[in-house]
Design a protein around this ligand. Structure first.
Ligand SMILES: [Mg+2]
Length: 261
């Protein structure tokens, strides 16, 4: 399911009708684009959708940030775990009363989608990355969970690489709550679970799609579980294949190369 050679990987990218690609470690590192990312985005054009366990931003805010660093991907082609969790809940449950542990950006998006963000008697506890959450907010969520309120988490990542070291992620909150309430289990929307992949496929068959990612436990394992082809890339050329190796030349570029040869 994952080819070894770069030519085979490019053939897979060329053949795919939908290319799912992770963002951090594939297209960007920190706030900067990875070498070859802009050429890759250009070369695959509207076959590309970005699929990330990011539960801090919305598609609108991240699309703007990406376009400012030369990676223009419209917000309709960004599938981010936090925002997609809200959209999934809205589609499946209507607009439940939720206790939402999240950034202000995600809270504003939830309010915009019509959710009642009540801390009292919620129908559901929803966990996203929440770097500014206070312990008392997490304790309140724990109290609701112990009372039997179901919980859902946007993504399972414990950390992601931050500007000064590991940044604590949603998965760490899930572990914290699990340590306080043994036996706790909750559904997760982000990778490697299937929900986010299915939302990004938007009806395109698994056999016509490929997942590109730098994390073998979320990106690659999740794609494999669904039977989807996948390609592992690294943020750094020293460790192996990068996104630059997946740039597919256009027909015009190919014709030019053949003429030169
Ligand atoms: Mg990544």
């Amino acid at each position: 399911m994952t080819p070894d050679r770069n030519e085979e990987c490019r053939a897979l990218v060329t053949k795919a009708r939908r290319i799912l690609c992770d963002i951090d470690g594939c297209l960007i590192r920190g706030d900067s684009p990875i070498d070859g990312a802009a050429a890759f985005v250009r070369s695959v054009a509207d076959k590309l959708v970005l699929v990330s366990n990011n539960s801090t931003d919305t598609a609108a805010t991240l699309s703007l940030r990406l376009s400012r660093i030369g990676l223009p991907v419209p917000e309709s082609r960004l599938f981010l775990a936090g925002e997609q969790t809200l959209l999934h809940l809205k589609a499946t449950l209507g607009r439940p009363r939720i206790m939402l542990i999240a950034t202000d950006t995600i809270r504003s998006r939830a309010a915009q989608l019509g959710f009642d963000l009540t801390p009292d008697r919620p129908d559901l506890v929803v966990l996203c990355r929440a770097p500014h959450a206070r312990v008392m907010e997490i304790e309140a969520a724990l109290g609701q969970i112990i009372r039997g309120v179901p919980a859902v988490a946007a993504n399972p990542d414990v950390t992601h690489p931050g500007p000064t070291g590991p940044a604590i992620e949603t998965g760490a909150l899930v572990h914290m709550l699990g340590a306080c309430h043994p036996g706790l289990s909750m559904p997760i929307i982000g990778k490697p679970e299937p929900s986010l992949f299915h939302r990004a496929l938007q009806g395109i068959g698994i056999e016509h799609a490929v997942m590109i990612g730098d994390n073998s436990e979320t990106d690659i394992a999740g794609a494999r579980r669904l039977g989807m082809s996948s390609i592992l890339v690294h943020p750094d050329r020293r460790f192996g294949r990068t996104i630059a190796d997946l740039v597919v030349p256009s027909d015009e570029e190919r014709r030019f190369q053949q003429t030169v040869v």
